[in-house]
Every structure is written in C-alpha cells, then in structure tokens.
Ligand binder design. Structure first.
Ligand code: KG4
Ligand code: ZN
Length: 358
C-alpha cells in the first residue's frame, strides 16, 4: 500500500490548522491563528475562537490544497481533532471534516489532539536546522521508538504520557490539576505588564535576570504530594506566589526587578516540568522523552531538557517548532498512521468532546 494522502483539520483552541501529509511526508501546514483577537482579554475567548475558525476554515483548506498541489478528489482520507479542547472551537473543525468526508465519500478519522502532538515528530521536514533548538539529540522524521514518555506543554494542556504505541496504546500518567504551564506564563506576564501571549516575553526578559534571585514554589513536588500526584502538575500556587511577591515589593515602594522575577518564575516552571518528566522516564525505565506544545519554544525548556536528558541517558526528541504548536499536519500524520496500521475509519456519529481521554 502506498503512503496515504491525508488532510488533517485542527481547531481545538485558537489555531485553525490544515495540514496535508503523504504518510510521514509533509506537503502543507497552513495555520491561521486568532491570537490577536484574544490579546485584550489576556486569554483565549472560546466564542471568539469558534467564530474565527468558521471564517478561516475554508480559505485555509484551499490554501493547503494549493500548497500541496493536490485536489480534494486525490485525498485518501480526512482526519480531524475531536477533542480535547474548547467545545465550540472543536465543533467547527468536526463539522467541516464531516462535510468534506460526506461530500467526497472519503473515510474520516477522529483523533485525539494530545496524541496528535506526539505524532508530530514523525513528520519529515527540512525545518530541523532552522527553527529547532541547539540540541543535536533530536531525530525529527524518524519512526518513534516505543515505549516513549511525552511531555506536552501549551496554553491549554500540561500532560505527561506513556506512549507504548501511538495508534493503540497511550496512557495518561499525569496532567495539571489547575492551570496549564503556558497559561501560567501568560498570567505572570500580565502581572509584570508584558503583552499577551506572555510566554515569549517572559523568555526574552528572563535572559537578563538571575534564575536564583527568588525561590518560587515547585508545585506538587513535596514528599506528601509525590505519593498521589507524582506525575501531576500545579501552577496556580506559583502564579499566586509571584503575584504576592510583586505586590510586597510594590507596597514597600521598591522597583520590581522584572528580569529577576521572570527568570526565577521561568526556572520554577521549567524545573518542575523536567523533574517530573525525567522521573517518569527513570521510574518506568523508559530512556526516551519527546516534547510537544507551544511552551517548548521556551529557551530554558530546551536547554534544561537537553542537560537533564544527557545526564540521565535519555534520548530527547523535540519536533520543529512549527509542529510543536497546534497544527493540522500532526492530525493528518496521526490519521495516516491509523490507516497504515489498518484501523477502521470513524463512524460519522462522533461529536466534539472537550475532555476526550487519550
Ligand atoms: O501550543 P500553543 O501555540 O497553543 C495552545 O495553547 O494550544 O501554545 C501557546 C502557549 C501560550 O501560553 C504561550 O505563552 C506559550 O505557549 N509560549 C511560551 C513560549 N512561546 C509560547 N511559553 C514560554 N516560553 C516561550 N518562549
Ligand atoms: Zn495543543
């Protein structure tokens, strides 16, 4: 069987992503983001995101087909994110995917967004040298080796997965019990007066600061937490700790050392993310770690991941950044994997499931 030509639709948050792959080969990856429209609210507004998907969907599909130089008739299948994510946003993608599948009489694969992030690194691209971290441990485009641990960190999720097989055996080890890590970056940036989305700004400002200046708490890392929440994360306490610290400085009439706060906050987030991810690898005897999600753009995440993985003998994989953030190519790639593994397409009665389990 030749590699299937699959169009993938992603609409779980604020990115309308349309990707086209042939097996693991990337043909198009069009992303239309409504981020600018959410900026003044300091976070993604579900209704605004859903409306933006509706406007962007058809133009993005047309653009992807044109970039890939394929026609709808040539597609072997459609794949779509059916969850988890924002319900109204997901519905737009699911509706578009069903319409295409019915009109074209093509098989449709409903896939899980988080599993899609893991599959992103299967995609072969020539992006590695340009937008990737300095680590040379990454083997983008190679088949996944099993089992592998995946740490997915974005504005919407912070999850640790044990992947025994991408298309049939993915286990959730832990996740955030409150805010996602990206959300914490955005909230702390806001209280430091930095623009939305705050992650990249904190990252930039932190360069001039001392990460040891302030010891902020590492959520769910105390011995008592580690029994029940060994692989879970919590960032709301950290956000509150930063807010209190800044308030105290302001009340005392001192100038807030923004760079030190940003660097110390970033260190707290990144430390806890990698401590737990590496602990999962060591506890479970899995010497492989894959990162995904928009927060992987963070310079310190990449640096510390490389450092700790080398020290622990763990092979690290980081997809190119344009495949770490939400995109349709990873959804198309997962659809192609399902087809190649002989999975039956979805029946057309699935919905949008905002809490879809892996
Ligand atoms: O995956 P993504 O593009 O969208 C979803 O959230 O689904 O991730 C966006 C999140 C935002 O919270 C943003 O602040 C964060 O990723 N982010 C970063 C950096 N770049 C983006 N966080 C920390 N450091 C960065 N350099
Ligand atoms: Zn995502």
């Amino acid at each position: 069987m030749s590699a299937p030509l699959v169009l993938g639709i992603e609409s779980s948050c604020d990115e309308t992503g349309i990707g086209i792959v042939r097996g693991t080969e990337l043909l198009a990856n069009v992303i239309s983001s409504s981020m600018d429209q959410h900026a003044r609210y300091g976070g993604v507004v579900p209704e605004v995101a859903a409306r933006a998907h509706l406007e962007a969907m058809v133009p993005a599909i047309e653009q992807a087909l044109s970039e890939a130089d394929v026609t709808l008739a040539e597609l072997d299948a459609i794949a779509v994110t059916s969850g988890p994510g924002l319900a109204g946003a997901l519905m737009v993608g699911v509706g578009a995917a069903k319409a295409l599948a019915v009109a074209l009489d093509k098989p449709l694969y409903a896939v899980n967004h988080l599993v899609g992030h893991v599959g992103a690194d299967l995609i072969r691209t020539d992006l590695t040298s340009t937008d990737l971290s300095s680590t040379d441990l990454t083997r983008n485009g190679e088949p996944l080796e099993y089992p592998t641990i995946a740490l997915l960190v974005s504005g919407g999720h912070t999850s640790l997965l044990l992947v025994r097989d991408l298309v049939s055996d993915v286990e959730l080890l832990g996740e955030t019990i409150d805010d996602a890590a990206g959300e914490a970056f955005d909230k702390v940036a806001r209280l430091l007066g930095l623009p939305y989305p705050g992650g990249p700004h904190i990252d930039r400002v932190a360069v001039g600061g001392d990460p040891k200046a302030i010891r902020f708490p590492r959520g769910l890392s105390l011995p008592k937490d580690m029994e029940k929440h060994r692989y879970d994360f919590s960032f709301s306490g950290l956000k509150t700790a930063v807010a209190r610290w800044v308030e105290r400085e302001q009340d005392a009439g001192s100038e807030v050392p923004v760079a030190d706060v940003a660097a110390s906050f970033r260190e707290a987030v990144v430390d806890v993310l990698l401590t737990k991810a590496v602990a999962a690898c060591t506890d479970l005897g899995v010497p492989r770690l894959l990162l995904g999600g928009g927060v992987v753009a963070n310079a310190r995440v990449r640096e510390l991941a490389a450092e700790r993985c080398v020290a622990a003998g763990i092979r690290l994989r980081i997809p190119p950044l344009s495949l770490c953030t939400d995109n349709g190519a990873m959804i198309a790639a997962l659809g192609a994997q399902l087809i190649m593994a002989g999975h039956a397409p979805s029946t057309l009665d699935f919905g949008a499931d905002s809490t879809l389990p892996v």
